[in-house]
Design a protein around this ligand. Structure first.
Ligand SMILES: Cc1cc2nc3c(=O)[nH]c(=O)nc-3n(C[C@H](O)[C@H](O)[C@H](O)COP(=O)(O)OP(=O)(O)OC[C@H]3O[C@@H](n4cnc5c(N)ncnc54)[C@H](O)[C@@H]3O)c2cc1C
Length: 396
């Protein structure tokens, strides 16, 4: 089999790239290791930057997002069990966020692939990326018990942090930067109405977050020891811990209910450079991970796909390879911006095991500075809502 682009990984990055390439009539195949239901069962991100909304709209997959997603124009920071500071993102930047679950976006992308007749193979085992520095890259894998090979011009490595694409870049050719954080996030989903706005809270008991998926689906998190197991956390324990970390007036408005999903996620910052090696391009979590505090992971995947799809389209339409050559540098510029912002929010809002009273005072002072300075709020708002692309996508 031969195609132009093999996309390894059918998560949000891989499927969004597929959708954009389909519209540009660029032949491609998507290989996904898991089943469709498994991918759709993963509960992950939920907040889209406005730039991501624009990319999804321009890709022609926004009908349900526009109908069911909820625009959010502010985010609250709370601390000390009493202060609540609204960061009025729209007022400060002219842009806002969209609450729309990653699972919903993934579903929309799979539905579009069905309509497009995309070559999308689930349960593809033993995927290996070969000869990417030659004129004849190819990908091998097992599917339905048979060994398969696809020759291609380019491989897009969209296979997440645990995929095989990044490892296809020899260690001597890549540099990895990493920080792991000494705690995790215990998250629950509950079929209860969320608070009207997101609330991030800094408390001496630890961080907490009230987030949303849709008007009858809430997502809440509390910082927990990374060694904890979900069985340690009954729903009652979760709700009372969250409540203890929120200012009373916020806690009183949280509608509790049984959890329908509960999981503990580790927090990590990770970047692999470069994001191109020969004819292999990395996009999304295969190249970088951020702690979820800044709500950037999915948005970075969309950002990479925007830049990579534009580069591939310029190459196939106009024979222009400048964007392919510039992809890694341009993508990494945005990646490090989000890595820095996510680290900053994580550092500002969490309780670290080795924190002293000095560190505690610094956090409190930074939060009260934010409360007193419109310039500081504007800086946070600009990064939270996402830095616009130099060349935004053209909406239809
Ligand atoms: C528990 C959790 C909670 C998160 N919460 C948030 C959040 O609140 N906000 C936020 O912005 N981000 C969050 N993220 C991050 C966000 O979900 C990711 O950044 C996003 O999924 C990245 O998309 P991706 O397509 O690059 O990678 P993935 O979603 O990881 O998709 C990669 C795909 O490749 C497939 N794959 C892997 N290996 C192979 C292989 N060898 N062959 C073929 N296919 C393969 C995988 O099965 C997967 O479907 C969270 C992540 C996790 C894990």
């Amino acid at each position: 089999m031969r195609t132009k682009v093999v996309i390894v990984g059918g998560g949000p990055a891989g499927m969004l790239l597929s959708q954009i390439l389909h519209r540009a009539e660029i032949d491609h195949v998507v290989l996904e290791r898991q089943t469709r239901n498994y991918v759709l069962g993963r509960i992950r991100a939920g907040i889209l930057e406005w730039s991501s909304v624009e990319v999804i709209r321009a890709a022609g997959v926004s009908t349900r997002m526009d109908a069911e997603g909820e625009a959010h124009d502010l985010v609250n920071l709370a601390w000390g069990g009493e202060h609540v500071l609204p960061i009025r993102v729209k007022e400060l930047t002219g842009r806002q966020m969209m609450a729309y679950g990653q699972t919903e976006l993934q579903q929309d992308l799979y539905n579009a692939a069905d309509d497009n007749g995309t070559s999308l193979l689930f349960s593809a085992d033993d995927v290996a990326v070969n000869d990417v520095t030659t004129e004849s890259p190819h990908v091998t894998f097992r599917h339905n018990g048979a060994d398969e090979r696809i020759d291609c011009d380019y491989v897009a490595g969209c296979d997440g942090f645990h995929g095989v694409s990044r490892a296809a870049i020899p260690e001597a050719e890549r540099t990895e930067y990493e920080r792991t954080y000494p705690f995790g996030w215990l998250g629950i989903l509950s079929e209860t109405p969320p608070l009207p706005h997101l609330v991030y809270t800094n408390h001496e008991r630890g961080f907490g977050l009230c987030s949303t998926r849709n008007p009858m689906l809430s997502r809440y998190y509390v910082q927990c020891p990374i060694e904890d197991h979900v069985d340690d956390w009954s729903d009652d324990r979760f709700w009372s811990e969250l409540s203890a970390r929120l200012p009373g007036e916020v806690a009183d408005r949280v509608v509790t209910g049984p959890s329908i999903e509960k999981s503990i996620a580790p927090l990590r910052s990770f970047v692999a450079e470069p994001m191109r090696y020969g004819n292999l391009f990395l996009a999304g979590d295969s190249a970088h991970i951020v702690p979820p505090t800044g709500a950037k992971g999915l948005n970075l995947a969309v950002s990479d796909v925007h830049l990579l799809s534009r580069a591939l389209i310029a190459h196939y339409r106009d024979g222009d390879t400048a964007h392919l050559d510039g992809y890694s540098g341009e993508a990494l510029e945005r990646v490090w911006g989000s890595v820095r912002f996510s680290w900053w929010m994580t550092t500002l809002l969490h309780r670290f095991p080795d924190m002293t009273d000095f560190d505690q005072r610094l956090q409190e002072r930074e939060l009260s500075y934010l409360a007193s300075s419109t310039a500081a709020q504007a800086s946070m708002a600009e990064q939270y809502v996402g830095i616009p692309f130099a060349n935004p996508p053209e909406e239809e």
